[in-house]
Design a protein around this ligand. Structure first.
Ligand SMILES: NC(=O)c1ccc[n+]([C@@H]2O[C@H](COP(=O)([O-])OP(=O)(O)OC[C@H]3O[C@@H](n4cnc5c(N)ncnc54)[C@H](OP(=O)(O)O)[C@@H]3O)[C@@H](O)[C@H]2O)c1
Length: 336
């Protein structure tokens, strides 16, 4: 079979190689899945450049956490799936429900990922994908979709009438917009691009603020909320945006800490959180139960993940470059 690997110690896309490997056989409790599509997350850029948590990959590793495919063989004692089922693997291995029991292993580093023709998935770390989605759409769910669902629905319980702020127009933020809208919330979004803000409005965002032209966008958030602020911030910027998010959040509002798009360094003063009785909550993707509940909501509400561009398997490096450029709106997908 063909698969991509990041070579041990990889620090750039030069370390991404297309290789021939023996097709694996499913062991007890495992599924052999013919992967049909994979998608990229910002994290995958950190992994390929050697900048993800533990540093460079410690062994040759199949990249990308997010993908979807079809079960073609099952090992002994498999009960939840059969050949022909359309599935996706969870982002984390072994996190089924409840809080994480300790440090978690993710697909695509340190565990092998899904940019391969065939992958072995433990049935415990697998979910059925929504019937209304293609493989390419479903390949966007395991990290970006589940993270947004965890933040908007599980942690913040967004309800009709709430106001939700999403930063930028990447994968997590666009899912957050879609889930918040489905829950009946008003969504405010920021972007570096007016054209992307127009696309966000077409998806239902009530307000769009260009953070390049309006660097103190938190003031505009207060302006368009009658000085009240937002109930929920989907915080993907990190230390580079957190101080503004604390200004933009309402009294008793919630900031979900998710990303670091605006840089890792900073010493944000937490005082506004105290003064407003607001709270901050860390989000680390999510567990299988969250993935399953999200899939129900996606099917019932007919939600379609926003796929910006699909690349051929042979163009994987181009897909990485395209996502790195920041030109995308929503998700970048590789067809396998
Ligand atoms: N904690 C978790 O479990 C978890 C899970 C998933 C992702 N994340 C993190 O969440 C972040 C987003 O991930 P993603 O995969 O959705 O990223 P992505 O799809 O690559 O999104 C990139 C977009 O973010 C926006 N952006 C960049 N710099 C920004 C800034 N300074 N302020 C506001 N927006 C900015 C840009 O939108 P415009 O072009 O519209 O300006 C850019 O196109 C990353 O830091 C990622 O590591 C964390």
């Amino acid at each position: 079979m063909k698969a991509y690997e990041l070579v041990k110690g990889c620090i750039s896309l030069e370390g991404l190689r297309l290789v021939e490997k023996p097709q694996p056989e499913p062991g007890t409790g495992q599924l052999l899945v013919r992967m049909r599509a994979a998608s990229l997350n910002y994290r995958d850029q950190l992994v390929v450049s050697g900048g993800y948590f533990g540093g460079t990959v410690a062994r040759d590793t199949i990249p990308l956490s997010d993908g979807a495919g079809e079960v073609v063989d099952v090992g002994a004692a498999v009960t939840r799936f059969k050949s022909g089922d359309r599935v996706a693997g969870t982002f984390f291995l072994g996190w089924i429900d409840g809080p994480p029991g300790g440090p978690l292993q993710a697909r695509g580093a340190p565990a092998d990922g899904v940019l391969t023709e065939y992958a072995l998935l433990d049935e415990a770390d697998t979910v059925a994908i929504p019937n209304n989605l293609s493989f390419e759409e479903a390949a966007t769910l395991p990290c970006a979709g589940v993270t947004a669902w965890h933040a908007v629905v599980i942690t913040c319980g967004v309800k009709p009438g709430d106001t939700v702020l999403v930063l930028g127009t990447g994968g997590v933020s666009i899912f957050a917009l879609q889930f918040a809208k489905a829950a009946g919330a008003r969504v405010i979004m920021t972007s570096s691009s007016d054209e992307k803000l127009a696309r966000g409005r077409a998806l239902g965002a009530a307000e769009g603020i260009n953070y390049r032209r309006t660097p103190d966008w938190e003031k505009e958030v207060l302006e368009v909320t009658g000085n009240r602020g937002v109930d929920v911030v989907v915080e993907v910027g990190g230390p580079g945006t957190l101080a503004r998010s604390m200004q933009a959040v309402a009294f008793a509002g919630k900031i979900t800490l998710i990303g670091v798009l605006a840089g890792l360094k900073g010493d944000t003063n937490p005082h506004p959180i105290m003064r407003k009785g607001a709270s901050m909550h860390g989000i680390f993707v999510g567990n299988r139960a969250m993935f399953e509940s999200m899939n129900v909501a996606i099917e019932v509400n007919g939600i379609k993940p926003v796929v910006d561009k699909v690349f051929a398997f042979e163009q994987a490096a181009e897909a990485y470059r395209y996502q790195q450029s920041g030109a995308h709106f929503g998700k970048v997908v590789i067809r396998i």
